[in-house]
Design a protein around this ligand. Structure first.
Ligand SMILES: [Zn+2]
Length: 175
């Protein structure tokens, strides 16, 4: 959340485009927060993207002349994405993925651990802890006051450092 992952992905895509490389950007269809066919950062920078339902659909959409495949919100893909990107990389395609490495309980967020393991390079971008201002590595789930049942939209997230992260403390007014 708010760590600049998507900004960094977009920055790398724009550099590849400037270098006259053919780029295809993808995002999971589950992520409809901003726009269906664009990757938009919190800072409102955007690039065109293809929304796909899963790894098989992504593999089908990669064109033969594509040099770079960029994937946002990689943590929402099925496990098949690991094989798909490995095979793309084997065939000479540069693959850039952005995703959350941990879920709201601080656990590794599949399939990110496998993707990070096979990657040539991993960059961890960090948000700022909303409590103490330290470098944040976690996403704290906050249940808004008045919400008794956890349904879509009743929870939100904020960046927390390891010390301020309260994985099971999700009641209203957790600070
Ligand atoms: Zn903190």
């Amino acid at each position: 959340m708010f760590s600049g992952k998507t900004e960094e992905l977009i920055r790398r895509v724009k550099r590849a485009v400037l270098a006259r490389q053919t780029v295809q950007a993808f995002k999971p269809r589950i992520d409809d927060r901003y726009a269906k066919t664009r990757i938009v950062s919190h800072g409102a920078i955007a690039i065109d993207a293809i929304a796909v339902s899963g790894s098989a659909s992504l593999a089908e959409r990669v064109e033969p002349d594509t040099d770079v495949v960029a994937i946002d919100e990689a943590q929402f893909f099925d496990r098949g994405i690991v094989e798909v990107v490995d095979s793309l990389a084997d065939s000479g395609v540069r693959v850039i993925l952005a995703g959350l490495d941990q879920d709201y309980l601080g656990r590794p967020f599949p399939p990110m651990p496998d993707l990070m393991a096979i990657a040539e390079e991993v960059t961890k971008v960090r948000a700022v802890c909303t409590v103490c201002g330290a470098s944040a590595s976690r996403s704290q789930r906050i249940i808004q006051a008045g919400a008794t049942v956890l349904v879509g939209g009743s929870e939100s997230y904020e960046a927390r450092c390891r010390a301020c992260f309260r994985p099971r403390d999700v009641a209203a007014g957790t600070r």
